[in-house]
Design a binder for this molecule. Structure first.
Ligand SMILES: [Zn+2]
Length: 428
């Protein structure tokens, strides 16, 4: 009886999978092939707004073996859209609560939660999955997992190719994209589609703030470090946010800037992006349909030709799916050096600051080498101190750089990426 219930439960999904399609023309899909979906190991990154939807959809699409990573705990403000959580869950780990909820609801499914950062795992961990689905609100985390999956590709081993399905939303807008590492454009190739919102050059923060966000970032990055009011910043501790809010308000007043509020402070510090439940549902649904198509080959998925679906709901509704080309000079999947046009009279510090706002870089802590010589390194402290005097030197006259020189830039947030450039001075 239990078995027949189980069969009936999935009868509509199985019917779709048995229907003839571009990839199964004889419609002869065996029971074994239908069962294979249950063995497919999927990793979900993020158990928040998108993550709750993704876990629910994957479970109800027949996936049975899922891991989920999220380092966050549940906040009361999550409850309006993160529907796997209840008031009693506030303070508990999102991954753990979400996994337990879906396991209870969909019998026979195994969801393994990991309450940590994606960076806490190495390639051996990521190797065990056939598919990765991301529901993240952080560009940095996306770039990290993208670089990791591209690096893992071994051309002689097709199992090393892990398709990455990435969903993202902001208010009424969203996107779904499928990355097949080394074969389709990767996230780094498409980085310039996102304007860097959080990355403000340090010199702007330190000297002339123009927006309330600049004052908050100043309090967050500079004042906190100098004054260390508490040992470690806890972004969920109201006392810590209040300290930052007061610092930012004082600075805003000094520069005649209005608009610094407690909730803006919290939003900037936690990098909170406006979230609407229905946009999350739309994007998560399209991510999971692509996951089902990739895992079962019942229909062609995104990624093979067109790889990017954008959804825009803030001016009526518009959606479009397009092909985005791989970049031969992508620092992750390309490797060719890019030309870097700069004024030879600027200082090394100005050059490094420009990497924060350059849409295809967005680096907060860049280190730089030129012609294999270290010009500035953020770590370790001894090398930082040794190379710090270079920051105020000009590129051409003081440091002796010239057009045609090779520059290599790295950042601790992305340990596997090196940005290679060929220097090109704009004037002499
Ligand atoms: Zn790329």
């Amino acid at each position: 009886m239990a078995d027949s219930n189980e069969t009936r439960r999935w009868q509509y999904l199985d019917q779709i999978r048995r229907n003839p399609g571009p990839f199964n023309q004889d419609s002869d899909v065996s029971e074994e092939a239908l069962q294979a979906l249950g063995q497919h190991k999927v990793l979900v990154i993020g158990a928040g707004g998108l993550g709750c939807e993704i876990l629910k959809n994957l479970a109800l699409s027949g996936f049975k073996n899922i891991d989920v990573i999220d380092m966050d705990t549940i906040d009361i403000s999550n409850l309006n859209r993160q529907f796997l959580f209840r008031k009693d869950d506030v303070g508990k780990y999102k991954a753990e609560v979400a996994a337990a909820f879906v396991e209870k609801r969909v019998k026979g499914i195994k969801i393994t939660p990991h309450n940590c950062r994606i960076q806490d795992f190495d390639e051996d961990f990521y190797k065990q999955f056939q598919l990765v689905v991301c529901g993240l609100d952080s560009i940095e985390a996306r770039r990290w997992i993208n670089a990791t999956l591209v690096n893992m590709v071994d051309m002689d081993d097709s199992d090393s190719l892990k398709p990455l399905i990435d969903g993202g939303t902001e208010g009424f807008k969203g996107q779904t994209r499928v990355i097949i590492p080394t074969l389709t454009p990767c996230i780094e190739c498409q980085l310039d589609l996102y304007t860097p919102r959080a990355a403000v050059p340090l010199c702007t923060l330190a000297t002339i703030p123009r927006q309330p966000e600049h004052c908050i970032e100043w309090a967050h990055i500079i004042a906190w470090d100098q004054e260390k009011p508490f040992p470690d910043l806890d972004k969920d501790d109201p006392e810590h946010i209040t300290w930052l809010y007061q610092k930012a308000s004082a600075r805003a007043q000094e520069f005649g800037i209005t608009g610094v509020t407690y909730s803006l402070t919290q939003g900037v510090v936690k990098n909170i992006i406006p979230a609407i439940a229905s946009t999350n549902a739309i994007i998560a649904a399209s991510c999971c349909n692509e996951a089902l198509k990739i895992a079962t080959t019942i229909a062609p998925s995104l990624g093979l030709e067109e790889s990017y679906m954008m959804y825009s709901g803030d001016d009526s509704i518009y959606t479009s799916t397009f092909k985005y080309d791989r970049k031969p000079d992508c620092p992750v999947c390309g490797g060719a050096a890019k030309p870097l046009a700069v004024d030879p009279g600027i200082t090394l510090r100005e050059l490094l600051d420009s990497f924060a706002v350059k849409p295809d870089m967005q680096l907060k802590k860049p280190s730089i080498r030129a012609n294999n010589k270290t010009l500035y390194m953020q770590f370790p402290p001894s090398i930082e101190a040794q190379t710090r005097p270079n920051l105020d030197k000009t590129l051409k006259t003081d440091l002796g750089l010239d057009t045609g020189h090779e520059i290599a830039v790295t950042d601790p947030a992305f340990p596997t990426i090196t940005f290679n450039f060929i220097l090109s001075f704009t004037s002499t």
